[in-house]
Design a protein around this ligand. Sequence first.
Ligand SMILES: NC(=O)c1ccc[n+]([C@@H]2O[C@H](COP(=O)([O-])OP(=O)(O)OC[C@H]3O[C@@H](n4cnc5c(N)ncnc54)[C@H](OP(=O)(O)O)[C@@H]3O)[C@@H](O)[C@H]2O)c1
Length: 312
Amino acid sequence: MMIRCLAEFNVPVDKLVLFASPRSAGAHLYFIDQPVPVLALEESSLLQRFDYVLFSAGAGIARTYAPVATTAQSVVIDNSSGFRQEPHIPLIVPEINGDLIQGYEGIIANPNCSTIQLVLPLAILHALYGLKKVVVTTLQSVSGSGNSGIQTLLNQRKGNPDKGEYPDVIDLNVIPQIGALLDNGYCKEEEKMHFETRKILSLPDLEVCATTTRVPVIYGHSISVYAEFERQTSIPEAEAALRTAPSIVYHANSYFTPKDIDDSNDSHISRLRHGTDRHSLCFWNVGHNVRLGAATNAARILIAHAVFAGRM
Ligand SMILES: NC(=O)c1ccc[n+]([C@@H]2O[C@H](COP(=O)([O-])OP(=O)(O)OC[C@H]3O[C@@H](n4cnc5c(N)ncnc54)[C@H](OP(=O)(O)O)[C@@H]3O)[C@@H](O)[C@H]2O)c1
């Protein structure tokens, strides 16, 4: 998906090198119409300088290899949670805090998938009303666990009871846990959403409470959002702001579901309404987790950095 996004966004790529595990070495992927061989990743591969290195191989691989790439002065954009909590590493959604990477060299962290689609509308509403508190429940698709999550669901649909990476059967079910359960009662994905929402919006004291669930959907994460604000909100004013915001599609008289997501790169908002009073808003939010929640945002980070650097 990352190389599809680079092509779709017309990133002028002179040379593309693809790495994966030794399992995939020798395979070919297509960039536009050109076959590109997949190489097994080794430390030495990253000692050559690339303008940009995009990682999407999990936190362990990123922690091992991303620092190697930065010694060769490559700018690294990492999809994993490996560096997001490091205070000196920018955690970027370009529409919100892209200015942080002007002139920056090093590792740039791509946020958690659900958090990206959530913070886009929250940033718009925060600018209008001053965000105080956010309570969300997510319904996250199996592709959020990578290709293996998709295979687990498809195999269960064919009658194979193997739970794969999930703590319970996912077919015809909803699992209220993503990532390890922690001593404080939250799970890892919920803690990621708490921390990353505050960091991206530069609101260290924001009250955030997430419940993250896994649902038997292939692509597209959904979030039920309740948000409280300092100032009184207005539905027509919020609608107007969301309608014109970049990377957001506002649906006034209909709602949007993961089945509608196709190749969308936007955060979809529908069912906007007041919460318990005029200081609060509720809405339904859907985004493509592999696009907006991962590859699209990574490509947008690359483009923002390249524009600042005069490469695009
Ligand atoms: N899926 C999402 O919605 C999403 C959204 C945001 C962030 N993320 C994050 O992105 C990261 C990757 O997730 P994914 O969904 O893309 O997972 P995935 O489908 O499992 O893909 C993982 C990739 O990493 C490669 N890899 C594994 N071990 C490697 C090694 N030793 N050296 C080099 N490459 C290696 C795999 O290559 P092989 O094919 O050869 O095994 C594969 O290409 C995770 O940290 C995840 O949390 C995912």
